[in-house]
Design a protein around this ligand. Structure first.
Ligand code: AKB
Length: 313
């Protein structure tokens, strides 16, 4: 059994990944960590450590203490917050990655998962069915950190044999933990507001199409890419991954099937520019071919589940 450390376990992806990895690898083999006690469900779910992803000695001492061999580095500053704090985004996103890659290079751990994003693409990238290998000129700090990070992951694999695996997540939608500081966050907020107020003012315009995915699919992809045999992982920068693409107007229609009174209005802000720089749909044929990636949720199935889970909670 691997001995796993999740850094950033209190966040949107980290919190769900913690519970899934505990199911897969056993309760005591998964150590959750974050910079603070930000999510009590996660903190109380088993072994939890305070780890500062930007401090090498903090990560290293947790690795030593728990004899960790695999790290999932989920701590990051996302696209919208990154534009407000460019230096902090660069420092957090890059220093945490180097600490983890160096721990693997120096033999303290064996395997690394690091999330990339559709933010690696930019306005010059083909927008429809964006290929795995294409023009990448990101215009956000977050996108730049993810693109540079991908280059470093591939470099550490090729030069030092580090087993690092990565996925370019689209916008992720979940009911358990709110996202923080992303451009795709509207697609989560809209469900909460639909249930609470039957209306939502969207910060993107009605026809802004973006690639999206339900969290269950994203978590399964993360677990499966890490379980795949090493020689199946042919791309060591990061894999394109896709499930669905939709606009705020289409999501609003899907919600109206369950909540007919729901109304959406649009007031685009600075995040519109970020969204306009990203692809509308992604070609993920390499992930499907190399490690059998398959998605399960489309917009209708996701919407039915989001509404019923949020209503229950
Ligand atoms: C964001 O909107 O910044 C993230 C992402 C697409 O990586 N959800």
């Amino acid at each position: 059994m691997p001995k796993v450390l999740i850094i950033g376990a209190c966040g949107q992806i980290g919190s769900e990944l913690t519970f899934k990895l505990k199911d897969v690898y056993g309760y005591d083999n998964v150590i959750a960590s974050d910079i603070a006690y930000n999510n009590l469900d996660v903190v109380n779910s088993g072994i939890f450590e305070i780890v500062d992803a930007q401090d090498y000695s903090s990560v290293r001492s947790c690795v030593d203490k728990h004899k960790i061999d695999t790290i999932y580095l989920m701590a990051a500053m996302l696209s919208a917050t990154g534009e407000k704090h460019p230096k902090r985004a660069w420092d957090l996103n890059m220093s945490s990655l180097f600490h983890v890659l160096n721990l693997a290079k120096d033999g303290f751990i064996k395997h690394v998962f690091w999330p990339s994003s559709i933010a690696v693409f930019g306005p010059t990238t083909p927008k429809q069915n964006t290929p795995q290998h294409t023009i990448m000129e990101p215009t956000t700090v977050y996108g730049i950190t993810k693109q540079v990070g991908e280059r470093w992951c591939e470099y550490y694999h090729d030069k030092y044999g580090v087993d690092v695996r990565s996925i370019r997540y689209p916008g992720l939608i979940s009911w358990k933990t709110l996202p923080g500081g992303g451009t795709t966050d509207y697609a989560v907020e809209i469900y909460h507001e639909a249930i609470k107020h039957k209306s939502y003012e969207c910060f993107l315009s009605e026809n802004t199409e973006l690639p999206m995915m339900y969290m269950d699919d994203a978590i399964n992809a993360t677990v499966n890419i890490m379980k795949a045999p090493s020689d199946a992982i042919k791309i060591r920068s990061s894999y394109n991954l896709a499930a669905m693409s939709f606009t705020p107007a289409a999501l609003s229609e899907a919600i109206k099937v369950h909540i007919p009174e729901f109304e959406i209005t649009y007031r685009p802000d600075y995040r519109q520019g970020i969204a306009d720089s990203w692809p509308k749909s992604i070609n993920d044929s390499e992930a499907r071919q190399d490690w059998n990636w398959q998605h399960d949720y489309d917009i209708e199935k996701m919407t039915a589940e989001m509404i019923s889970k949020l209503q229950q909670n």
